[in-house]
Ligand binder design. Structure first.
Ligand SMILES: [Zn+2]
Length: 334
């Protein structure tokens, strides 16, 4: 029988993996960090760089008889600041090693410069897709104000895709599954059928396939939704019994959840195809037609959704990009 999410967390706890739900100042609410009581004492994700999060993490560790100084290994699931903001502070206290995807290490080390470049990239993408300049200026200011919740991260234990972290009582295989972010990394305990998934899968909301710069520094942008679908299809094949996510409840039927996510993507793609078939539209016009004012307040997020779906339609040969030198519009091929 499929366990309930609560029973799944209890089973994980019996295997020495404890969820620590740490507050964040963001709309997403708490972020799930996971304490693994093993050798070395391991923490997967840390919460954002704030005193409140640090105090809370310290209290949660205390409940289990540990302190921040005891941490020996910190594992990072992806590059977003709600997951890694406290890493350097924890390392200062504990001297812990830091494990993360090796191809992301350079970007993690240069957090400030990288965030600046990422913001400049986002502005360029927004302007090219018809978002008014004043909206991009406002969003850039918001993004700057968020930056203090993050931190640079010095990765001491870079991991290749497929490489295993050997702990005393378990093996965690690192699996690069980009989509939500380019650096999304899953940690798979094959023996116990437990998958630590970061924001790759969330039970209560769909993960946003945010457009980003490629991890390896190559020019252009990621095809985030195409990557994400491929990543989900690979996860779907895994015999996981418990999926521990970066936010919200544990997932006990990842196949059904992935099927629901894929079906929702399919529906949205067809809706966007119909909008484009009516007349050529920019990404911003499509986002406004679907989300109204949210396409302004959450312009980059909604634009990422639209571009991701348009990438799928372009790959299927149903839509093409028409570039007038200023703005890209999507038009139907038929
Ligand atoms: Zn997150």
């Amino acid at each position: 029988m499929t366990p309930t999410p609560e029973e799944a967390l209890e089973q994980a706890a019996l295997a020495g993996i404890h969820r620590l739900a740490i507050p964040t100042p963001f709309a997403v609410g708490r972020v799930n960090c996971y304490l693994i009581e093993d050798e070395p004492l391991t923490l997967v994700d840390t919460g954002p760089n704030s005193g409140k999060s640090l105090d809370d993490l310290s209290a949660r560790l205390g409940e289990r008889g540990h302190s921040i100084d005891d941490l020996e290994l910190i594992v990072v699931t992806h590059q977003h600041l709600d997951h890694l903001g406290l890493v350097e502070i924890l390392v200062e206290h504990s001297g812990a090693e830091v494990a993360a995807l090796g191809v992301a290490a350079q970007r993690l080390a240069n957090f400030d410069a990288d965030a600046e470049s990422e913001d400049a990239f986002a502005v360029e993408v927004m302007l090219r897709n018809g978002i008014p300049e004043e909206v991009t200026t406002a969003l850039r200011a918001v993004s700057r104000s968020f930056r203090s919740w993050g931190s640079h991260v010095s990765v001491t234990r870079p991991l290749a895709d497929g490489e295993a972290l050997e702990l005393g009582a378990r093996r965690l295989q690192a699996l690069h599954r980009p989509g939500h972010s380019p650096s999304d990394t899953l940690f798979w305990d094959e023996e116990r059928k437990i998958l630590i998934a970061g924001d790759h899968l969330l039970s209560h909301i769909s993960s946003n396939p945010l457009i980003s710069r490629p991890l390896d520094g190559s020019p252009g942008r990621t095809r985030s939704l195409i990557d994400y679908i491929e990543s989900m299809q690979r996860t779907r094949e895994m015999p996981a019994e418990i999926v521990l996510s970066g936010h919200g409840e544990a997932i006990t039927d990842h196949v059904a959840l992935i099927d629901a996510r894929l079906a929702a993507i399919e529906r949205r793609k067809e809706k966007i195809q119909r909008l484009i078939a009516e007349r050529p539209r920019s990404g911003y016009e499509i986002a406004q037609a679907i989300w109204g004012n949210v396409a302004v307040t959450q312009a980059f997020l909604t634009l990422s959704e639209v571009i991701g779906n348009a990438d799928l339609l372009v790959a299927e040969g149903r839509v093409r990009e028409a570039d007038d030198g200023v703005v890209v519009r999507y038009e139907a091929t038929a």
